[in-house]
Design a protein around this ligand. Structure first.
Ligand SMILES: Cc1cc2nc3c(=O)[nH]c(=O)nc-3n(C[C@H](O)[C@H](O)[C@H](O)COP(=O)(O)OP(=O)(O)OC[C@H]3O[C@@H](n4cnc5c(N)ncnc54)[C@H](O)[C@@H]3O)c2cc1C
Ligand SMILES: NC(=O)c1ccc[n+]([C@@H]2O[C@H](COP(=O)([O-])OP(=O)(O)OC[C@H]3O[C@@H](n4cnc5c(N)ncnc54)[C@H](O)[C@@H]3O)[C@@H](O)[C@H]2O)c1
Length: 453
């Protein structure tokens, strides 16, 4: 398989979700494979993203439950989150991962290097003095926080830092009001912090249904979180032990003071240090130029997958989906493409906000004829049972075909229920098939039949 002039059949840059799938798949097919990472092996999701975040949110869920029951005098007394113990609990999951990954690579016969990779030719990579060459190279370098045009940018903590903080700041500012801001705000406020979100745009979470986002904003403000829209952060300064965040608004400058400020202002493909020009890999505005198989349009030896590929949804299941397309292509399957139908996305607030398929505005822009059902339903049993007032949904079904176009939910277990809609959409099930499904009662899924228009 290996041609004489190459050290390996395949070089994979990164050890996260996408890298792991391509490296293991090609190795199982008998290829000689080398992977590398300058950070601990495992990637973002398992070490610095989804998984550690949800370990921390487990405590916020417990606090949220206590607060909802305390509001009706069912539970009383002082309860608080022990942040240091929570971090210890989280590390019980994350700490073993790098060594487990290293062992798994070794057992499969995948060479694994610690160090930063940089292209030095069309088929060549340098990993801190080690020169490698391969028939194919897969860029699975993930994404990193955007370097925002903010004076004193380095005074911001990054999401990695926040997820590992030894002590929770008493006052916390989140710069940017997207996924990370909402999840961290709900976590930190349940854990006892005073939280402020400072967002540039006039609208929050544009990837989600605006009516449900309004419900989330109301629920978030009720926690005591301050949300400032139309505020572009321009500077972050240290002042003694405090951090001062300065923002520009239509009315002039304002400043906010806290113990820490966290970057929640977006992430972009991690391409800067790869030396792409040396490999003849074209890119524009921070995005690689790839074909439908995620192959570089200018260097057929090079592929990308996951966040590095800059696709429509920088999410873990999408990184896996794209990695499978690259794997299939490398192993000779012609015409493999990524089908993004029915991929759910969730903001893990309490309660969660979930979405799959088209937004109402997107369906209208596409000129589709559809029925839509939208309600706020705090009186439904699912919400009443846990004393949660925030429960609503919007579901879109195409006229004629009965095709599910989109589903949007905020409320208890929305993060689980959305998967059923996603499964239905991905499997091409008409709304009626889902209407006729029988779900265990009483579960949040048993509300689905009432949500369909
Ligand atoms: C705080 C946070 C929470 C998130 N929560 C969720 C969630 O709940 N659900 C969800 O679906 N998604 C979530 N995401 C997004 C998800 O983590 C990513 O979409 C996913 O991890 C991308 O996987 P990947 O394989 O593309 O890249 P990564 O897992 O990021 O792996 C890339 C690896 O490449 C390495 N690397 C980069 N450059 C080089 C180089 N030059 N040489 C060697 N190695 C290099 C990096 O160190 C890294 O380990 C979250 C992200 C963050 C930051
Ligand atoms: N649950 C999940 O699936 C999950 C959770 C966390 C992160 N992620 C992934 O990570 C990515 C990055 O998350 P994120 O929350 O950082 O980005 P985001 O793109 O969701 O939100 C960034 C926000 O910052 C604002 N902003 C940018 N510059 C600003 C400035 N100078 N002042 C004020 N506001 C500013 C933007 O207008 C935007 O609303 C997401 O796109 C998502 O793919 C996913």
């Amino acid at each position: 398989m290996n041609q004489a002039q190459h050290t390996h059949d395949l070089i994979v840059i990164g050890t996260g979700t996408a890298a792991n799938i391509v490296a293991r798949g090609c190795r199982r097919a008998g290829w000689s494979v080398v992977v590398m990472d300058h950070r601990p092996f495992g990637g973002t999701c398992v070490l610095r993203g989804c998984d550690p975040k949800k370990m921390l949110i487990a405590a916020a869920e417990a606090m949220d439950g206590v607060q909802r029951m305390a509001a009706i005098d069912v539970i009383g007394g002082e309860v608080h989150v022990n942040w240091a113990a929570l971090q210890h609990f989280k590390r019980g999951f994350t700490d073993p991962v790098p060594a487990q990954r290293e062992k798994a690579f070794a057992e499969l016969g995948i060479e694994a290097l610690h160090g930063r990779a940089r292209f030095i030719g069309r088929n060549n990579v340098d990993v801190e003095g080690r020169f490698l060459s391969a028939r194919h190279i897969v860029i699975a370098s993930g994404a990193e926080p955007v370097r925002l045009p903010i004076e004193g940018f380095d005074n911001l903590l990054l999401s990695d830092d926040f997820l590992s903080l030894a002590a929770l700041p008493r006052r916390l500012i989140l710069v940017g009001g997207g996924y990370i801001a909402f999840e961290f705000a709900h976590l930190a406020s349940r854990a006892g912090a005073q939280v402020t979100i400072v967002e540039r745009d006039s609208r929050l979470l544009p990837g989600f249904d605006p009516d449900l986002v309004d419900m989330l904003i109301e629920r978030t403000r009720a926690l005591g979180v301050q949300i400032h829209l139309g505020h572009t952060v321009k500077a972050v300064r240290k002042q003694g032990h405090d951090v001062v965040v300065e923002a520009e608004t239509a009315q002039g400058s304002v400043s906010f003071t806290a113990d820490a400020a966290v970057h929640s202002g977006g992430r972009a493909p991690a391409l800067d240090d790869l030396g792409l020009n040396a490999a003849g890999v074209t890119h524009a505005r921070g995005r690689l130029m790839l074909d439908a198989q995620f192959r570089s349009v200018s260097n057929p030896a090079v592929f990308a997958a996951g966040d590095a590929a800059g696709g429509p949804l920088p999410l873990t299941p999408v990184a896996a989906l794209e990695a499978h397309v690259v794997l299939d292509t490398l192993l000779g399957k012609a015409g493999a493409t990524a089908d993004y139908t029915g991929i759910p996305s969730v903001v893990f607030t309490l309660p969660p906000l979930a979405r799959v398929g088209l937004l109402e505005a997107q369906a209208r822009a596409q000129g589709l004829a559809f029925r839509v059902k939208h309600e706020q339903v705090p009186s439904w049993y699912t919400a009443q049972r846990v004393n949660e007032r925030c429960y609503g949904y919007k579901v879109l079904v195409e006229e004629g075909s009965g095709r599910l176009l989109g589903a949007h939910i905020i409320g208890p277990q929305a993060d689980e229920v959305i998967n059923l809609f996603g499964f239905g959409m991905r499997s091409g099930l008409p709304a009626d098939a889902i209407r006729h499904a029988i779900f265990a009662y009483p579960t949040a899924a048993s509300d689905i039949g009432y949500m369909l228009p």
